[in-house]
Design a protein around this ligand. Structure first.
Ligand code: ATP
Ligand code: MG
Length: 390
């Protein structure tokens, strides 16, 4: 971190030496005051993006349209963003365009919470226009300006407040909290990609109990009906769960995700559906190696975890891990016999697939060894039966 700050200061100096203002801003300044490690450093400057590009050797135009140039220094990446004020909030979403500004104040006033609106110059002087220092001391999250107005501009800020509670264990200042309650329905207007990303971040924060309590208190189950069951179950617990488990718990046992509503990636979508399916399987069937062959161990453990924590179901973790550890094959390719070897044994080539499927199951259940001769004689017997049927 020290190194990262050192090179960050070098960036500030280069900008200052060329006549531009430049500051550390946002989460980094907040976390430094709280003595928390930051994973990244954001810099705000009066220099235009193209001016930033020309001052540093190694840059990437990661968000040039919005004023952001990533500057690389000694393997560290810094987001250097031109002062800007947001304009034209449409439909309670982030602005479509931004205007660049020469004034730090413009840049700080558009930020969400007072604790996120501190800036620090190269001398270590903190610029605190909205009493952010005091709110850090009071351990409170407070919107800048009128909270209702700010949540109407961008309702995602309601979830961001929950994220910071989960990260810092701060409380939410009363007016801000009242506005969050009043405006939570506006979250339904936010594109679900943004909601999904933010929920993922929230669930990774350490103060789970506080997070789950807020989900309930703000009635987020009314806004996101697919999550209602999960939110009710989570209340007053502090169990860590993943984003996928959160949705699976919301849908279990009989709801399905609507792909038009929730814009998950295909793989996320399938993991959610599979966890839900596996909860049903674990509940109703005795699991065998065949399940471990068909499903991933991790998803099975994720489903087991939900059943144990939220439905007082018997813990099958050891069994799942054991079955997986001793799995004889993980794919049909691991079979020591191929379709090619089986083809001469059958009258109807459609039966090759059937035989392979049976062999897979028998190997998994230990009925036959995964050795070529053993599989071959097993296959011959199966083929004879099938040939007679035809
Ligand atoms: P973390 O340590 O969790 O990354 P952070 O404060 O750096 O926290 P980011 O989401 O990385 O949070 O955002 C960086 C900064 O940008 C915030 O501190 C805040 O000042 C500003 N910001 C981000 N999103 C918004 C928003 N939707 N509305 C207003 N300001 C925002
Ligand atoms: Mg950040």
């Amino acid at each position: 971190m020290k190194e990262m700050i050192k090179y960050g200061k070098k960036i500030l100096k280069t900008l200052n030496d060329s006549g531009y203002e430049a500051y550390f801003v946002g989460g980094f300044v907040r976390d430094e005051i709280l003595n928390i490690e930051s994973n990244d450093i954001d810099i705000a400057t009066s220099a235009w993006p193209s001016q930033v590009e020309s001052l540093f050797e190694n840059t990437a135009a990661t968000g040039k349209k919005y004023g952001t140039i990533t500057v690389f220094m000694n393997d560290y990446a810094y987001e250097v963003t031109t002062f800007r004020f947001d304009k034209s909030y449409k439909n309670y979403r982030q602005p479509e365009s931004v205007d660049f500004s020469k004034k730090l104040e413009d840049d700080l006033i558009r930020r969400d919470f007072t604790i996120n609106a501190l800036a620090k110059d190269i001398e270590g002087q903190t610029i605190d226009l909205f009493n952010g220092m005091e709110d850090i001391k009071q351990r409170q999250i407070k919107a800048i300006d009128d909270p209702n107005k700010r949540f109407k501009e961008d309702a995602l800020r309601i979830l961001r407040a929950i994220r910071f509670v989960g990260k810092l264990n701060f409380h939410i200042e009363k007016n801000t909290f009242d506005a969050m309650k009043k405006d939570s329905h506006l979250l339904s207007k936010i594109p679900t990609e943004r909601i999904i990303k933010e929920l993922d971040l929230i669930l990774k924060q350490p103060y789970k109990e506080q997070i789950y309590h807020l989900f309930n208190d703000l009635h987020l189950g009314d806004v996101f009906s697919d999550l209602d069951r999960a939110i009710k179950k989570l209340n007053l617990t502090d169990y860590p769960i993943s984003l996928e488990q959160f949705f699976a718990l919301g849908l279990y046992p009989d709801k399905n995700l609507s792909p038009d509503e929730w814009r998950f990636s295909k793989s996320q979508m399938s993991r959610i559906e599979t966890i839900k399916e596996l909860m049903n399987i674990l509940l109703k069937q005795r699991i065998t190696s065949i399940h471990l062959y068909n499903y991933s161990k991790d998803l099975m453990l994720a489903a087991n975890d939900l059943l144990v924590k939220f439905f007082d179901y018997e813990d099958q973790e050891d069994k799942i891990i054991n079955l997986d550890r001793h799995l004889k094959i993980r794919s049909f390719k691991d079979l020591k016999i191929t379709g090619h070897d089986i083809l001469p044994l059958v009258k109807d080539e459609k039966n090759v697939g059937k035989i392979i499927e049976t062999l897979i199951e028998d190997v998994l259940l230990g009925k036959v060894e995964n050795r070529k001769e053993d599989l071959h004689s097993f296959a011959s017997r199966l083929a004879e039966d099938l040939n007679e049927e035809n």
